[in-house]
Design a protein around this ligand. Structure first.
Ligand SMILES: Nc1nc2c(ncn2[C@@H]2O[C@H](COP(=O)(O)OP(=O)(O)OP(=O)(O)O)[C@@H](O)[C@H]2O)c(=O)[nH]1
Ligand SMILES: [Mg+2]
Length: 399
């Protein structure tokens, strides 16, 4: 063999060895290191609901104009909140946007604090666009007409007082004297009375992105701090990251989570969670649900089924069925409340994102037009940003 052929043979041999070694290394990394990861992906893909059903699900981004909340975002928010000593958020500060918008529009109707004779229609229009609800506006207008003289109606201050006192009356009719005095979430949810009554089940429902899972995290923390044994149940089996999101909150609140990895049926999760919490002597189990549009009857039926199976374990459960409403949805919240109430009878509402909304007036419409009390309010994304709804404070702060 001459020198050239010898070199050629050596090069070919080296290339063959490199090729074989490369293939071995590739397969080692592909199947040696990534096997568990691939299995996880496969498992999570199996958990995905069929494409056609997924397509029927509402897209939270379309409804709320917001991306799907990610676990990373949660952690980011947490670090911001824990790094700065944020001042305590009150109903008064949360209502600042609602108040500013309401007040400035009311003021613009008045000419130097004097309502011109034929401006009552403009006043009515301001009330209509303040998300109070149409019947509520009628009632407030009647109160202004009945309570104020012609001269008084031209006085901005008098009109504001008449609106506020009528709102207070609306709330007191619903609350029968109770709700105006609540000062804490524990009091709102009767946690001290719940002692010794056996397992309490709270079902949390609402449209996509309203703030259900976040509210559950905040609630679980408050309930756990009050000394109760709390479990949260991952009843949202549809959105891929929903279980992980609830897990982050359960870790923060240091409460137990019920989240079986391979169960796709939310009713099965609800049933098993309640049965397990009962067997393990928990005080409270809070069941998360997937976001759904109130107009999608098959998804509302799914909610009815969850409600039914919970009753199979504890006939009087759920003890609370709370509708989470994004304050930004304004008057649409009234329609959501009506439809959800027909499917699963609601015990109250949680009005979230009040901190960024100018549409807090909807709480009055919910009370008057649907007899649905707002029980809690969300005033931020952090753990401590859930407050009890005190109607007296609300009326004092709205105008
Ligand atoms: N500013 C503010 N943001 C909130 C409040 N409550 C929830 N959020 C934010 O709203 C977004 C949606 O909250 P989630 O709790 O995931 O809503 P969800 O109803 O569980 O959503 P789906 O499960 O997709 O239906 C998140 O970015 C939350 O941080 C609140 O009271 N104030
Ligand atoms: Mg959720």
């Amino acid at each position: 063999m001459d020198h050239t052929s010898q070199s050629f043979m050596i090069i070919m041999a080296v290339l063959a060895v490199v090729g074989i070694a490369g293939t071995v290394v590739y397969y080692f990394f592909r199947f040696g290191f990534h096997t568990d990861f691939d299995k996880d992906i496969e498992r999570s893909q199996k958990r995905e609901i069929p494409q056609d059903l997924e397509e029927q699900r509402p897209d939270s981004k379309k409804i709320t104009g917001m991306d799907e909340p990610g676990v990373e975002k949660l952690l980011e928010v947490e670090s911001i909140l824990t790094s700065s000593a944020a001042p305590e958020k009150t109903i008064d500060s949360a209502l600042s946007k609602t108040r500013e918008s309401f007040f400035s529009r009311l003021k613009s109707v008045f000419n130097e604090s004097q309502l011109s004779n034929d401006d009552l229609e403009s006043l009515e229009e301001v009330l209509y666009t303040s998300d109070l609800g149409p019947q509520t506006v009628q009632r407030l207008m009647e109160a202004i007409n009945d309570q104020l003289s012609g001269e008084e109606k031209r006085n901005l201050e008098k009109v504001i007082q008449a609106i506020k006192s009528e709102m207070a009356r609306i709330f007191s009719e619903l609350e029968e004297g109770g709700g105006q005095d609540v000062q804490s979430v524990e009091q709102t949810l009767g946690l001290s009375e719940a002692a010794g009554q056996g397992l309490q089940v709270w079902l949390i429902v609402g449209v996509n992105g309203a703030g259900k899972t976040t509210t559950i995290g905040k609630l679980a923390n408050i309930v756990a701090q009050s000394g109760k044994k709390v479990m949260v149940a991952a009843g949202d089996t549809f959105r891929a990251a929903a279980g992980d999101q609830l897990k982050v909150w359960s870790e923060r609140a240091q409460v137990e989570i019920f989240s079986p990895p391979d169960v796709k049926d939310p009713s099965a999760v609800a049933f098993d969670a309640v049965a397990s919490a009962k067997a393990k002597n928990f005080d409270i189990v809070i069941v998360d649900t997937a976001g759904r549009l109130h107009t999608q009857s098959h998804l509302m039926q799914e909610l009815e089924k969850m409600n039914r199976v919970i009753k199979k374990v504890i006939p009087e459960a759920p003890h609370e069925t709370l509708l989470v409403l994004d304050a930004n949805s304004g008057q649409n919240a009234l329609i959501q409340a009506k439809q959800f109430n027909e499917a699963v009878s609601l015990t109250g509402a949680v009005l979230t994102k009040l901190d960024g909304s100018a549409k807090g007036g909807v709480a009055v419409g919910l009370a008057y037009e649907l007899q649905l009390p707002v029980r809690l309010i969300g005033v931020g994304e952090g753990m401590d940003d859930l407050k009890s709804f005190n109607s007296r404070e609300f009326v004092d702060s709205i105008l």
